[in-house]
Design a protein around this ligand. Structure first.
Ligand code: DGT
Ligand code: CA
Ligand code: CA
Length: 574
């Protein structure tokens, strides 16, 4: 069975969890977590890298010992270190660690004093009021846990788009190779580039549906076949991801692709439009009376209802049909349109590659400029820069720019926004830089008014150009902080600032709806990788998906500008 990167990451995280409950050395725990993160965000499978003879220790956070573990996992499908830990600690205790207010010490106490091992057992104990008897637990903790457990046991998990891609794309490629299959496409929310997906919808055209069903059920990652008919099936993969498959005839391909791409709200609106023209629209085609008038391609389906083709990212019934009707669909931004990247780190702080390596990697992607924006001193965990180290880096950038060809490095900073909205570095230091990106990295729980004001104060500083990851969410881990985003966008407009769409797959922040609002208000958005390693420039692709969902065109995006035009836009601030 192939071991995918997400499986490796899950195994490493599991080790970290179990070590934490055993009260192991925190540095050891962090090493496993960092490695998990590195692997999860790689653009290539570790298995492929090993097969190609790559040296895994070149990856950020992977030393000799971890490299050996990755190899063990890929080659044998298991990890002895994890198996040993599992014999020592009940596995389900790891899950408890992720609940609010529970750290290793408390999980340890739950286990040893109340014999609680699973979320369900914990739920019952909390519901019965048995937790508050434990030392270190109060009624408040109990209530908090109860709410979290209710939410968790009741809802199904959504997968981040980039994680779903690791499972869905190999499966699509596998299906495409089945004999008799002409086309295999991933539809659904995945095709619409939603930041998370509930399940994967795959559409196949084939002459032999039965054989396709057979191969699908036999895919080596399928752990459960939920349902199987002659042209449709639903399975669950080892990762927990559910996949719906539909096999259609080629003449229905366009209609089916449109239908299964959704969204449901978009489909309903288009169907209504068909009805008002005396047409019937379903996943098999467009019909007048009993006669098929369209359906082989998506274009033909849209044309039948008097519309041009609409990009999947727009299909949310949020005005795209009206825009299409009026001939005012946006020409959405593409990856190729990006000419630079305005947020990146190096080994000077918490990045894993040197200035020169980052520059070379960005140039390889066809970028013409790259802003180096390290953390500022407040972030001690990330070795944030003080004025002295920042100036040293500035001189290193000047020297490097002297010999670099084909790319220019910009001198920047990702300066911390302090609780009162002031910045972590003095104005005269910020004023020497090409680009100042400002960001919040702590005090996430201020009131809406105070958090909004904090950001408005930062934007009012004339040295600030871009507000980084404006909402502050980590998908599936941390909710956005409570702020008045429309007000922030209007303030950005007033001050001549820009907003970042942080393309890291765990962030994807600015939200799509806020991208659209920024566009409407005339505030340009920087689509930035937040790269911490040379592979991380791959994230730009995820950022583009979200920008397209936000209706952004090349002109709405700051880093589609030439370096000269960009410099002009940045100067206007002073
Ligand atoms: P997800 O999986 O929750 O991330 O979101 P989707 O959009 O992939 O939804 P899913 O997997 O339930 O269904 C795939 C597509 O099939 C959906 O986007 C539109 C279409 N669809 C599903 N149910 C209905 C329905 O009741 N009516 C219509 N018109 N279309 C539907
Ligand atoms: Ca879906
Ligand atoms: Ca589905």
């Amino acid at each position: 069975m192939p071991t995918h990167n997400a499986d490796i990451a899950a195994a490493l995280n599991e080790i970290a969890d179990l070590l934490e409950i055993e009260a192991a050395n925190p540095f050891r725990v962090r090493a496993y977590r960092n490695a998990a993160r590195t692997v999860e965000n790689l653009s290539r499978e570790v298995g492929e890298m090993l097969a190609a003879g790559a040296d895994l220790t070149e990856l950020p956070g992977i030393g000799k010992d971890l490299a050996a573990k990755l190899r063990e996992l890929v080659e044998t499908g298991r990890l002895r270190a994890l198996q040993k830990l599992k014999r020592e600690v009940p596995e389900s205790l790891g899950e408890l660690l992720h609940l609010p207010g529970l750290g290793p010490k408390r999980v340890h106490a739950l286990y040893h004093e109340l014999e609680i091992e699973t979320p369900k057992q914990l739920y019952r104990a909390a519901r019965d009021g048995r937790l508050r008897e434990l030392h270190g637990f109060g009624e408040k903790t109990e209530q908090k846990l109860l709410a979290a457990l209710e939410a968790r046991l009741g809802t199904t998990r959504r997968f981040r788009h980039a994680v779903a891609a690791q499972y869905a794309e190999p499966l699509r490629d596998y299906l495409a190779k089945v004999r008799g299959v002409e086309r295999a496409v991933i539809a659904g929310s995945y095709r619409r580039c939603r930041d998370t997906v509930g399940d994967i919808d795959i559409l196949v055209t084939a002459t032999n549906p039965e054989a396709v069903m057979e191969r699908f059920s036999a895919y080596d990652e399928v752990v459960q076949v939920q349902s199987r008919g002659s042209t449709r099936a639903t399975v669950t993969l080892r990762s927990g991801l559910q996949v719906d498959l539909r096999v259609m005839a080629a003449e229905s391909f366009g209609a089916a692709l449109h239908y299964f791409t959704g969204s449901k709200a978009h489909n309903i609106a288009v169907r209504r439009r068909a009805q008002s023209r005396g047409l019937k629209l379903n996943e098999y085609g467009v019909f007048r009376g009993g006669k098929r008038v369209a359906g082989g391609t998506e274009e033909s389906v849209f044309a039948a209802v008097g519309l041009p083709w609409i990009a999947p990212e727009l299909r949310e019934n949020q005005g795209e049909i009206e825009a299409a009707e009026a001939g005012r669909l946006p020409e959405l931004v593409t990856l190729e349109a990006l000419r630079g990247d305005l947020h990146a780190h190096t080994t000077a702080t918490d990045g894993h590659a040197s200035l020169e390596e980052m520059a070379a990697a960005a140039r390889e992607r066809g970028l013409e400029y790259l802003a180096i924006t390290e953390h500022s001193r407040r972030l001690t965990m990330a070795h944030g820069l003080d004025p002295k180290r920042l100036r040293e880096q500035g001189r290193a950038i000047d020297r490097l720019n002297g010999r670099l060809r084909g790319i220019t490095l910009l001198k920047g900073i990702e300066v911390d926004i302090l609780e009162d909205g002031s910045l972590d570095l003095p104005d005269e230091v910020l004023g020497e830089l090409d680009l100042v990106v400002a960001a919040i990295h702590g005090k996430f729980d201020l009131s809406r008014e105070r958090q909004t004001r904090r950001i408005l104060t930062a934007l009012a500083n004339p040295n600030v150009h871009i507000l980084a990851h404006p909402g502050g969410r980590l998908i599936g881990e941390r909710e956005p902080y409570d702020v008045d985003m429309p007000r922030i966008i209007r303030a950005a407009k007033r001050h001549g600032c820009f907003l970042e769409l942080n393309a890291h797959p765990e962030r994807l922040d600015l939200l799509d709806t806020h991208c659209r609002l920024a566009k409407e208000e005339g505030v340009k958005v920087a689509i930035s990788s937040d790269a911490h390693s040379v592979q991380d420039f791959d994230h730009l692709r995820d950022g583009i998906g979200q920008a397209r969902r936000g209706w952004l065109e090349p002109g709405d995006v700051l880093n589609t500008r030439s370096l000269t035009a960009l410099r002009k836009l940045l100067q206007r601030r002073q």
